[in-house]
Each structure stands twice: as structure tokens, then as C-alpha cells.
Design a binder for this molecule. Structure first.
Ligand SMILES: Cc1ncc(C[n+]2csc(CCOP(=O)(O)OP(=O)(O)O)c2C)c(N)n1
Ligand code: SF4
Ligand SMILES: [Mg+2]
Length: 343
């Protein structure tokens, strides 16, 4: 029988990689997958487990990162991995963390901090599984990371639009037509802001993009070290769904940040910290026009000037008018501001 020890909420202490030369060479997501050429989500998986290291359990909800990564008798996963139902990444994270804790408390397994990471797509996480993720982020006694890989569609079932699909994009559910040019006219959900603002005891929420790999891995390491439930939102260019040449994946990730469409930040214990080019924008650097990003993608090929102007105006608003630029959209009334400053 295994030794009996009292399990605490201790986490692994994963120090940040100080530069690319310090990144460990071991891989825990290797060959054996069948994702498309240029798939950023596959890179996110690889970086995510490289950051977490070998003592990690990964749980994955249905989607490209399940189906293409576990084709019959093959898998790139070197660490223990389990599939979970499309809307269940939150439940899988919480259940696994609780199960580990119970087994360790009963002495049925060695007591040690094991990383629990559950990933989900935008369809599985931001639409179908939102409730389960939200519940998990309130259970501060269990350590887990939920990573939402956002390729902005239900990609695995042939690019249906999700609540994270950008305004106006062409998907199989929103094909542009002669009578109606834009079928999809909803603005994308603000997932990281929603998770940070709505879960006061979740200590760490961050946004990442694999174009900035070291920063991304360090945010994963921070999320796993700080303890309790944590959440990361990753924006992943998808050549198939976004309709572009696979060689542009890295560049599109960069452009998403440089145009200000996808800001890079973290919220740790309620404090917002901006990163990289997002930080530079906050400090005064000009944002690139959104057309530089949008017009490189076939899903926006039907856009006319009016659509580009609308998109630009919405992005401008989130930088110029939001209470916390590009993070939290509330705005104080002038009367409230005056009353607070008069105190
Ligand atoms: C409850 C349920 N409904 C529908 C499906 C079919 N389905 C499988 S993968 C998928 C797309 C998931 O989209 P997303 O979570 O964004 O992941 P992606 O495929 O984009 O990687 C759908 C709808 C399913 N597996 N389970
Ligand atoms: S459809 Fe997109 S997310 Fe799915 S494997 Fe291909 S590139 Fe990756
Ligand atoms: Mg998706």
C-alpha cells in the first residue's frame, strides 16, 4: 500500500523560462497527430504540455484537438490524456482534481502535486461548456487550469460559427449571399474578461497567442503554480476555417495582437498586466488597421469598406472607451466619477 500522507493544495513551482534558450527540450506532445498543416491549436497543445512538464494529466473536450490527435491507434500525447464530452472541460478538470485529492488523502497514491489541465475549443468552452467552466472557477480548493483554444469556429464539424466567431465571418452557417452580405452580425464574446470579472476567487486569468511562444508557456506555468482553478484563453489561427495559406499562421497571430483585436494580458489577484505589443499599445504605440489582419483571410473576402469601418470602430471602442482598456467594457457615469473623486 502507498504511504499515507496529508495532501495539501501544494502546486508544482514552475519558474518562468527566461528566454527561449532556457526552454526545456523534452516534448510531451510529439508526432502522431493529423491536424492540418499550419494548425496553431496543435502548437498550443505542444507548448502547453512543454510548459507543464511530465507530471501532468491532460483532459480534452471533443473538437479538432481530440479527433485529430487520437486517430485510431495513434496519439501524440506522452502524458496521460483523457477525452471528455464537448461541454465538459470544466467538470473534467474539477472531477480529476478532486479525485486526485481524495486518492492522496486516502493514501491510495503518492502525495505529490500533479498538474491538471483541461482544454476545450471555443464551441465546447465559450458556448456549450460555459456553465461547467464557471462552476470550476469558484472551487478554489482544487488546482486546475482550463485552457480554451479558440480557432473561432466549430472547426472539427466543418467550420460552423460559434459565439467566438468574429463579426461578419464566412462560415458554413454564415455564407455571404447576394441578398444578404453579412449573415453573422454578432460581436464575439469577451471570454477572458468574463472569466476574470465574474470569478473573484479565481486567482489567474490570461490571454495568450502561440506566436509569442515563451510568453505563452510562462503564463501556463504561472497558472499552474499559483493554485486553485485558473483560466487561459488562446487565440489560434486556423488555416482551414480562416481560409489562408498555412504559412501565414504565425503572422496572423501577430497581426491579431498588433491590430488590438486580441490583447495579451493577465489578471492575477485582480491586477491587470499587459504584455508585449499590447503593452506597447497601452503605452502609446499605434495599432495597425484591422484591415491588415482581416483581408489576409478568405473568411472576410466579402467585406466592403463599410464592414471594415464597423469592425475598426468596435475595436477602437474597446481601447478608447472601456473602463479597463481591452479587458472590461463597463464605463463609469461622469456623475459616479465625480462622486468618487469628491470623497
Ligand atoms: C454534445 C455534442 N454535440 C455535438 C457534437 C459534435 N461535435 C464534435 S466536435 C464539434 C465541434 C467543436 O468545436 P470547438 O469546441 O470549437 O472545437 P474545434 O472543433 O473547433 O477544435 C461538434 C459540434 C458532439 N461531439 N457532442
Ligand atoms: S481545422 Fe483548424 S483547428 Fe482543426 S486541425 Fe485544421 S487547422 Fe487545426
Ligand atoms: Mg473551435
Amino acid at each position: 500500500m502507498a504511504e499515507t500522507t496529508t495532501f495539501s493544495n501544494a502546486t508544482q513551482i514552475l519558474e518562468p523560462f527566461r528566454g527561449v534558450k532556457r526552454v526545456t527540450i523534452e516534448e510531451y506532445f510529439t508526432s502522431g497527430h493529423r491536424t492540418c498543416q499550419g494548425c496553431e491549436s496543435a502548437l498550443v497543445m505542444k507548448l502547453m504540455v512543454k510548459a507543464s512538464g511530465p507530471r501532468t494529466i491532460v483532459l480534452g473536450s471533443t473538437g479538432c484537438m481530440y479527433v485529430a490527435n487520437t486517430t485510431y491507434y495513434t496519439t501524440p500525447w506522452v502524458v496521460p490524456w483523457m477525452h471528455t464530452q464537448l461541454g465538459s472541460s470544466g467538470s473534467a478538470a474539477l472531477g480529476t482534481a478532486a479525485g486526485l485529492k481524495a486518492l492522496m488523502r486516502k493514501g491510495k497514491m503518492k502525495s505529490e502535486p500533479i498538474n491538471v489541465i483541461a482544454f476545450c475549443g471555443d464551441g465546447g468552452g465559450a458556448d456549450m461548456g460555459l456553465g461547467a467552466i464557471s462552476a470550476t472557477l469558484t472551487h478554489k480548493e482544487y488546482n486546475s487550469l482550463i485552457l480554451l483554444y479558440d480557432n473561432e469556429s466549430y472547426a472539427n464539424t466543418d467550420i460552423q460559427l460559434s459565439g467566438m466567431t468574429p463579426y461578419g465571418a464566412n462560415t458554413t452557417f454564415s455564407p455571404p449571399g447576394k441578398v444578404k452580405r453579412l449573415i453573422h452580425t454578432r460581436w464575439k464574446k469577451n471570454m477572458a474578461g468574463l472569466m476574470a470579472a465574474g470569478h473573484p476567487e479565481c486567482r489567474y486569468v490570461a490571454t495568450v497567442c502561440a506566436s509569442y511562444a515563451v510568453e505563452m508557456m510562462n503564463k501556463v506555468r504561472r497558472a499552474l503554480t499559483i493554485g486553485g482553478p485558473t483560466f487561459i484563453h488562446s487565440l489560434d489561427p486556423c488555416p482551414k476555417g480562416w481560409d489562408y495559406d498555412p504559412m501565414l499562421s504565425h503572422e496572423l497571430g501577430e497581426l491579431a495582437i498588433e491590430t488590438g483585436i486580441f490583447p495579451l494580458y493577465e489578471v492575477e489577484d485582480g491586477q491587470v498586466k499587459y504584455y508585449g505589443k499590447t503593452k506597447a499599445i497601452i503605452e502609446g504605440r499605434a495599432r495597425k488597421p484591422v484591415r491588415e489582419y482581416l483581408l489576409k483571410q478568405g473568411r472576410f473576402a466579402h467585406f466592403i469598406e463599410e464592414d471594415l469601418a464597423y469592425f475598426q470602430a468596435k475595436v477602437d471602442e474597446m481601447w478608447e472607451k472601456w473602463e479597463i482598456p481591452a479587458v472590461v467594457p463597463f464605463r463609469r457615469l461622469d456623475a459616479t466619477k465625480a462622486a468618487l473623486s469628491a470623497k
